[in-house]
Design a protein around this ligand. Structure first.
Ligand SMILES: [Zn+2]
Length: 55
């Protein structure tokens, strides 16, 4: 298993499991991971389940 990797910036965690500070989101059946920084930047769109096309 590869280490957890941020779906936005490609930052890799030190472990296979995403750290607690990371956020997860499921879009179109795929599990996406966001590192702490990206999660903070995108928390509104993640929680709001908004269209992510603008990313
Ligand atoms: Zn990131």
């Amino acid at each position: 298993m590869p280490n957890a990797t941020c779906s936005l910036c490609g930052h890799q965690a030190d472990t296979e499991e995403a750290p607690l500070t990371w956020a997860t989101s499921v879009e179109n059946g795929r599990k996406l991971l966001y590192c702490d920084r990206c999660a903070r930047d995108n928390v509104r769109s993640i929680e709001g389940k908004l269209d992510s096309a603008w990313w």
